[in-house]
Design a protein. Sequence first.
Length: 428
Amino acid sequence: VNDSASLDFGTGGFVLAAWANLSNSSSFHLYADKEAGSGTGFAFGCSDGTNVLWFRVYDGTEATTTGTSDCFDGNWHHVVAGRNSTDIFVYFDGILEGMTSDNSGDIDNSESLTIAAASYNGNFDGTIDEVRIWDRSLSATEIQQLYFMNLNKYDTNKWLLYVNQSKSSTAGLDVGNYTYQAFAQDNLGNLNQTEERTIEITAGADSEAPKWQDNSTNSTRAGTLIVHSINWTDDNALDGYIFSFDNGTGSFVNDTFVDMTGTVNWSNVTKVANSTVGSTIQWIVYANDSSNNWNNTDTFTYDTTSASSVQIERIFPTTNINVTQNEFFNVILNVSCLSSDCGNVNLTLDPEGDFIDSFNIATIGNTIPRGITNNNIFFWIVDAIDDEVYKYYMNGTYTQDSFDTAGSGNADPRGITNNNIFFWIVDA
């Protein structure tokens, strides 16, 4: 293309764009070139060796920028190079891949513009189409829209505009309503336009599986109940889960399917761990959503450890509570003893952080621990051992019955059994 004032951009912005298909990377391929040897001008091409976009502007000082994607892969690609008031840049398929600062000096020269060839030598081994040149810079949105659309002349006076509209070069439109309109103008300045139209984008089929996080177990003690927890989330609705457990045998056993609801939920599964210390326990959870998309956790493992001889689980309250004087309150604990001789169980109350006297259920007599007032209700855990005789104080008087734990069994006085919890009213 012979030199023209319309191709002399001076110190201003400009943009070069084209669709191109290259497969031979044995030599340098220029999409467009207008350089005066070692003087001012610009050149835009696909570089051999690196196989990426390359753009150079020379205004007495050279500025060069390059892309990152393979432009010699044998596919059609939309390539753009340009200059604005501060930088030069290249876009590949609507995505900015390179930018370098520029002096924005004068690049005018009297050289011809060559397309698919260099002004000094070389040919273009490939296919190029829809070459466009602007004497101004384009925004990122405008360049992206060039990538989305195509204007095709299919008759002497007929053109076809095709727009493959997306949210970005890598993502489709979000769900919602969109309006669009097209405008056309000829060389004489005559302008026409379509009516404004609306398109509704609806959600497609749910293809995203549930996500998991926050895996945890509350213990690793051999022979004890252990809770295995996973938090699940889904954009639409969770459906359920299957817990798979290897209790130190080397084989997984699947539980039955358990329902889940909502978009956030937990799979909490309690299992008795292998009683052998050092057993390797493994577990996996599989979960699906309402569209039957499945996901599974990693395989989690832990080795069982020695269990404490006495274990205490607080049932209620689970947090600190304030109690009004002379009013009833309950404390519920689960206490288990794994030893053959667990000894006595003491009950200790701690008002505001200071321990008061503890007292032993084996003690004979009416001992009132400090801080326990008349008619207050407390829970008392009976933990009997062999060869001792116990009496218990209940409802204001000693009971008529004592119970003897001599032997291998535990006596059940009036329905009160070893390790059971019952109310005890102190009547001072």
